[in-house]
Design a protein around this ligand. Structure first.
Ligand SMILES: [Zn+2]
Length: 259
């Protein structure tokens, strides 16, 4: 089994560390800061062979240059049409990232919307989706379009339900607060919020999530549910024609009124 563990960075980022028991080779996803990564690699005696980048934002790429300097053989993967420092391999939707040293191969999914060329990595039942899909939420539209982000989220929602979701931020509790605005009577959201509070109370991550859990509690994936449509239409003050319109209303509602 691939071992996946979080390296906390900044206030609420997770840099995901991928390793295999008994192997020195490891990879990281979205190293926004080099210091916590170098500290962990040193402590565990690991050798960095790959850096996977989901998108261009500084809190995801800020540590790449220093890590590449310390581990020159590490291969930097990132989306083709975004500036990624020291990128060795430019990725497009449908590409594969093969990491033989770790015995894992990832499919690359183009999931634009948060940024214009955001990618996600899918392998061994794990999804690394950066700032596209969050636990009970999604990224803001910062370079792509609402329509792109909606389509990307629907694509992720269609992955096998047991897929483990490793997003890049610990936003779960706050996101569930908004999910309750949208679906105030949802027992699934209330139960998940209680679980998230208990975990955060012990300083534990609420991740990974799963596609099944997101489909049950994430309003941004639930744009075809009558209750979600009704809530979005109440906020918008008009009828919303389709899922993309419901998504846009929800995203705008959260941006303006919630956080
Ligand atoms: Zn971002």
């Amino acid at each position: 089994m691939l071992e996946i563990s979080p390296i906390p960075a900044f206030d609420d980022n997770y840099i995901w560390l991928l390793r295999r028991p008994g192997v020195r080779a490891c990879a990281v996803v979205d190293p926004g800061d080099e210091d916590p990564v170098l500290e962990r690699l040193r402590a565990d005696g690991l050798d960095l062979v790959a850096i996977l980048v989901t998108h261009r934002h500084g809190d995801h790429v800020g540590g790449v240059a220093a890590l590449k300097q310390r581990f020159p053989a590490a291969v930097v993967y990132g989306p083709a049409n975004e500036p990624v420092p020291h990128r060795d391999v430019a990725l497009r939707d449908g590409d594969e990232v093969d990491l033989p040293a770790l015995g894992v191969r990832f499919a690359v999914l183009g999931v634009p919307g948060h940024t214009e060329d955001h990618v996600a990595y899918l392998g061994e039942g794990a999804l690394f989706c950066g700032d596209t899909l969050f636990a009970a939420g999604c990224g803001r539209v910062f370079g792509g379009t609402f329509e792109q982000l909606h389509a990307s989220l629907q694509r992720l929602a269609a992955l096998p339900t047991e897929t483990a979701v490793y997003c890049a931020h610990e936003y779960t509790e706050a996101n569930l607060g908004f999910a309750l605005w949208v679906e105030p009577k949802s027992p699934a959201v209330a139960e998940r919020l209680a679980q998230a509070r208990a975990l955060r109370g012990r300083d534990l991550p609420t991740l990974p999530s799963s596609i099944a859990l997101e489909r049950a509690t994430n309003p941004f994936l639930r744009v075809a549910e009558p209750g979600v449509i009704a809530a979005a239409e109440r906020w918008a003050g008009r009828t919303l024609a389709d899922g993309a319109a419901v998504f846009r209303a929800l995203r705008t509602w959260k941006d303006r009124d919630y956080d």
